[in-house]
Design a protein around this ligand. Structure first.
Ligand code: PGA
Length: 255
């Protein structure tokens, strides 16, 4: 029998579906959303769908919670090619996935990320910020990389603003079709606890609440439940698995 603390924790866990541009056809998008819509209210309550921008209204029309995959660092104005916070807010989008390694690889800088986070908070959108080391070395230098990313994320934020941020530990080496493996649950837990401790003791001492920290990177049908069941992992973020109908249905049935 689970204790109350554990049960509460599970009910608060997030399931983030990052479609990237893996879904390209609106018909396919509708099929996936129809599957999501059949999940239990408990699952749907914490399911956040981050489709390519043109499909955001399909998500909202399905009464599911939407998240944007990106946003302009400006609220509006001369930013051809970008979606702005103001537009997302008007479209009833609730979350924004920021700092994803695929965006960083396209040149997203720490300053731009900070600006995106601040603007999102200004209009009341919740930033879901991805961080994670590039590679793992035997001397543990990746812990420093992790700390640097965390201090960049929180730079210049008041405690009240910092409180709104949700973090995703997404080690680069575990993401996408070319990844050899996901992180293990133990590796994810270690980084999450390390990050939470760093934020609470060095960035916002002394009484900062423990930030929500989820895991992403090759989450699949086989390993999803073990991340989900970890007391230290506040949810899962999936790319590929969230777009494959049968796989995702089976995966969710195990949560
Ligand atoms: P993946 O992607 O689940 O396909 O590894 C995760 C992500 O990039 O967010």
């Amino acid at each position: 029998m689970k204790n109350a603390k554990e049960t509460k924790n599970k009910n608060d866990k997030l399931i983030i579906c990052n479609w990237k541009t893996l879904v390209t056809d609106p018909k396919e998008a509708k099929k996936i959303l129809a599957l999501y819509s059949k999940f239990s209210p408990k699952i749907k309550k914490n399911l956040i769908v981050c489709p390519p921008s043109p499909f955001l209204s399909l998500v909202n029309d399905s009464k599911l919670t939407s998240g944007s995959q990106s946003v302009s660092p400006e609220l509006s104005g001369p930013t051809t090619g970008l979606v702005s916070n103001n537009i997302l807010k008007e479209m009833r989008v609730k979350y924004i996935l920021l700092g994803h390694s695929e965006e960083r690889a396209r040149g997203l800088t720490a300053e731009q990320l900070q600006q995106q986070i601040k603007r999102a908070l200004e209009v009341g959108l919740v930033p879901l910020v991805c961080i994670g080391e590039n590679t793992r070395d035997s001397e543990g230098k990746y812990f420093n990389e992790f700390k640097k990313q965390l201090s960049e994320v929180y730079k210049g934020l008041s405690k009240g603003q910092a409180d709104q941020i949700i973090l995703a530990y997404e080690p680069l080496w575990a993401i996408g079709a070319s990844a050899k493996r996901s992180a293990t649950v133990e590796e994810a837990e270690e980084m999450i606890m390390y990050g939470q401790r760093y934020i609470k003791t060095e960035l916002y001492p002394p009484h900062f609440k423990t930030p929500k920290f989820i895991y992403g990177g090759s989450v699949n049908e086989e390993n999803a439940a073990s991340f989900w069941n970890s007391h230290h992992v506040d949810g899962i973020l999936m790319g590929r698995a969230s777009t494959e109908l049968k796989t995702f249905k089976n995966l969710v049935s195990k949560l």
